[in-house]
Design a protein. Structure first.
Length: 151
């Protein structure tokens, strides 16, 4: 029985996408690589595809964080500080749950992100709901990236 983990989205099967791994026994984050070479334009947000999707229990989310060394050396950040991948994003109809990392280049020069570069790390988090929370009762996610709450 699967509990939490990563899979390659079907559009990237056979393209040597590496499943995220922790590098040390005490690492919290699973390193996530760029699935394609991407150029981060200066002072712009760029979406970096990973070729991955993540599954987890309904009371968890996957937090996406830019890797600290990349962030400090290149002046890059996640545009929304922490990307949130909800459990019901997995296998959604719009994009199969493809995780994409929204990066902002604070510098004045373009940054080339080569395919396979570790750009982010994913950390699984449990969360709690308030009494009487009925969110999702019967509802199914319909959209992909950035779709929660979109009418």
């Amino acid at each position: 029985m699967k509990n939490r983990g990563f899979e390659v989205v079907s559009a990237y099967h056979g393209q040597d996408i590496h499943l995220p791994r922790r590098k040390t026994a005490a690492s919290a984050g699973y390193d996530i690589e760029a699935a394609e070479e991407t150029v981060l334009a200066p002072h712009r947000v760029t979406i970096v595809p990973t070729g991955l999707k993540a599954y987890m229990p309904a009371n968890e989310y996957l937090g996406i964080h830019v890797r600290s060394g990349f962030s400090v050396r290149q002046m890059v950040s996640c545009i929304n500080d922490e990307g949130i991948i909800d459990a019901d994003y997995y296998n959604n109809e719009a994009n199969e749950g493809h995780i994409m990392v929204a990066l902002y280049n604070h510098g004045d020069e373009p940054i080339i992100v080569p395919r396979g570069m570790r750009v982010a790390q994913g950390i699984f988090h449990a969360y709690r709901m308030i009494d009487g929370d009925e969110a999702g009762a019967g509802e199914k996610r319909r959209g992909g990236f950035g779709s929660t709450g979109v009418e």
